[in-house]
Design a protein around this ligand. Structure first.
Ligand code: AMP
Ligand code: MG
Length: 415
């Protein structure tokens, strides 16, 4: 049995970032940038007005104030989308709108709120300083400057930036295809009638939801009964299709747990099988290259208990998916994922494993506090659904008491 830290390090050492591919702007959300984004023109592209008002020359309005407005003829009007007038006739103003090109020779724009529109003339009721309300060409980015780094997850705001560059497609990392296999004779598809001895298959849905939240789009959901030849057939299908294979259940040492022997039979090399963590002791990680495309494939065998499946997914599979997708988690101004919080009740544990306790963290004044959730058993999903964090109690410790400072990792289901 290896430690949680070793397990995570083994996964990250063996997982490779996917190749790059070009995709359309419309499809970018949830991918990770495969190239730095460089300004391909000065942004903004031309001097333009930040307000609705009047473009003026300073020399004409130096004496203007609310009690002494200066009256100027209006030489014309510039609307957004029109070319900038090539000159400012001296002693006049141009009516201008937000986003419209500032006439050449104008020094500032005065907001319409301090002006009085008299039709052919305008009374300017304040003296601006040079550059007032003008968004200058290149003031955000000069052509050639890096705007966003490679490895950044594409959020709605990133989509906006990319669109504003005027390109129809961008380089991103290819997303892996994932097969998700639930195992067990007791599993029933939601929608069917519950009968004695059966449980609804929640793992397939929860794991696929977790993958979708990370931006994964191509899945193969599969189910297999506790039967060696069926397990072999289903895992074979999964390995034919997917870059990443995730199984849930059937990975312990029970008489009907076929996943590990069948994976080995199919040529999957075991890198680890048991991890000193709770929930989730039986966790399998292996590599396969049996795929016809000759690609390296990653196989995760997660425990069947719903909490164990999701906690091991979050702590071990998610980092692998993010690495394959090329995500550098330090970008996007994210909060640190692990920090200290004050424990609000006593927790006991066995020293043999690291324990992840579902918890709700919040701020109390300046301090982060953590309340363990009700229902900490591995089959009790409600506690995980209520939690926003996991308290990490290390191997060797026998628990923690109220007011102890404990390590907490945020549950971040998104990338
Ligand atoms: P296993 O790891 O196969 O021994 O399963 C451990 C526990 O998790 C058993 O109580 C199973 O019924 C339950 N379980 C396994 N797979 C699922 C699933 N897909 N959805 C809900 N519960 C499951
Ligand atoms: Mg089972």
């Amino acid at each position: 049995m290896i430690s949680f830290e070793e397990a995570r390090a083994t996964i990250l050492e063996n997982v490779q970032t996917a190749p790059k591919t070009r995709i359309k702007l419309e499809k970018l959300l949830g991918s990770v940038l495969g190239e730095p984004v460089i300004a391909n023109y000065d942004m903004p592209h031309f001097d333009n007005s930040a307000v609705d008002g009047y473009a003026v020359c300073l020399a004409d309005v130096r004496e203007a104030s609310s009690t002494n407005p200066i009256q100027l003829p209006v030489a014309g009007e510039v609307r957004p989308g029109e070319q900038a007038p090539s000159s400012m006739p001296s002693g006049s103003a141009f009516r201008i709108f937000t986003g419209a090109a500032v006439p050449l020779g104008a020094d500032a724009v005065v907001m319409k709120e301090v002006c009085e529109n008299l039709g052919d003339t305008v009374k300017i009721g304040s003296c601006p300083t040079a550059g007032d309300h003008i968004r200058r060409r290149g003031e955000e980015f000069l052509r050639g400057k890096q705007i966003l780094p490679e490895g950044m997850r594409i959020t709605p705001a990133v989509v906006g930036v990319l669109a504003s560059l005027g390109q129809a497609s961008f380089m991103v990392r290819r997303k892996p295809t994932v097969a998700v296999i639930s195992t067990g004779n007791e599993l029933l598809k939601p929608g069917k009638n519950l009968t004695s001895g059966k449980v609804y298959d929640s793992n397939s849905f929860a794991l696929i939801a977790a993958l979708e939240a990370l931006g994964i789009e191509e899945f193969l959901p599969l189910h297999c009964r506790e039967d060696a030849s069926e397990t072999k057939k289903v895992l074979g299908l999964a390995l034919d299709f997917a870059d990443v294979v995730i199984t849930a259940g059937g990975i312990s040492v029970g008489d009907h747990d076929y996943v590990k022997p069948v994976l080995e039979d199919l040529g999957v090399k075991t890198l680890f099988y048991k991890v000193a963590m709770k929930p989730g002791k039986p966790v399998f990680f292996g590599l396969s290259s049996v795929n016809k495309k000759g690609k390296r494939q990653y196989v995760f065998g997660l425990p069947g208990n719903p909490v164990s499946a999701l906690v091991t997914f979050h702590q071990l599979v998610r980092p692998a998916i993010l690495k394959i997708m090329g995500e550098e988690s330090s970008f996007n101004g994210r909060l640190p994922e692990q920090f200290k919080a004050t424990l609000m009740s006593n927790l006991k544990k066995h020293p043999d494993r690291m324990e992840f306790v579902r918890a709700v963290v919040s701020m109390k004044g300046e301090e982060m506090i953590a309340y363990p959730c009700e229902g900490q058993d591995s089959h009790m999903l409600g506690g995980l659904a209520a939690a926003n964090a996991l308290i990490m109690l290390p191997t060797g410790s026998t628990g923690a008491t109220t007011n102890d400072r404990v390590d907490v990792v945020l549950l971040n289901w998104h990338g």
